[in-house]
Design a protein around this ligand. Sequence first.
Ligand SMILES: Nc1ncnc2c1ncn2[C@@H]1O[C@H](COP(=O)(O)OP(=O)(O)O)[C@@H](O)[C@H]1O
Ligand SMILES: [Mg+2]
Length: 256
Amino acid sequence: MTTLLDVCGVSKRFGGLMALKDVNLTVSDNEIVGLIGPNGAGKTTCFNVISGTFPPSEGQITFDGHNIVGMRPNRIVRIGLARTYQATSVFPTATVLENVVRGAFTRSEDTFLGSLLGLAASRDADARLRRHCMEILDRVGIAHVHDHLAGALPYGFQRRLGVAIALASDPKVIMMDEPAAGLNPEESHAMGQLIREIHEAGGTSVLIVEHDMRLVMGICHRLIVLDHGEQIAAGSPEEIRNNRQVIEAYLGTEAI
Ligand SMILES: Nc1ncnc2c1ncn2[C@@H]1O[C@H](COP(=O)(O)OP(=O)(O)O)[C@@H](O)[C@H]1O
Ligand SMILES: [Mg+2]
């Protein structure tokens, strides 16, 4: 296994609040890693410092051999690290397909997509790009609504569109912030299957934040637990499920 994402000793201070304290995490090729913990633990902040929304107060972050601290978010996407958001973040007045095409444009250098976009003046390239994006919509199961306005989609489809937009940048690692939030148990199960498929068929590694423990325990190879910005445990789903500190801080004593 090769380490793709390496977060080393990262802290993030917001005024007097330490939202992250000396967090260490890695994601290798061929891995699904879960980042879990109670609300306010710092999970989204961790995604924000990794994806370049704001820099860490301390620590190093490397991705695929690049130092990504201080790198612009679009450039981070271009080198292969994409993310989805906790709230849906589609362009509501664009069609579903146009949303995915925009996602593909974020990655327009040195890639297969770049070579397509380099020829964008030609109709042929445009058609190929649209076909590529249609394939992605097909993978996430919403190709049949490609010409609908994104804002008019049912909520569950909007979550899938968020995944499609991230996939359009052809990522090596995709970070997903609560992809099953607001989904019913059936939709949540289907989201888990989709993530597994993206990983297995596409070879994409995944770093996932999610509260649905059935989903997380079912798909993750490894879990990292945050509480009050600190890493309180790391291990296999089985180890985490039985970790007393994790049960007390987050999981509770109910059977999971
Ligand atoms: N941009 C920000 N400015 C100030 N405080 C923030 C900001 N983002 C998050 N926080 C605070 O950092 C803590 C962790 O938040 P967050 O990372 O959203 O937690 P989680 O995603 O685990 O629920 C919370 O106390 C939150 O209020
Ligand atoms: Mg969050």
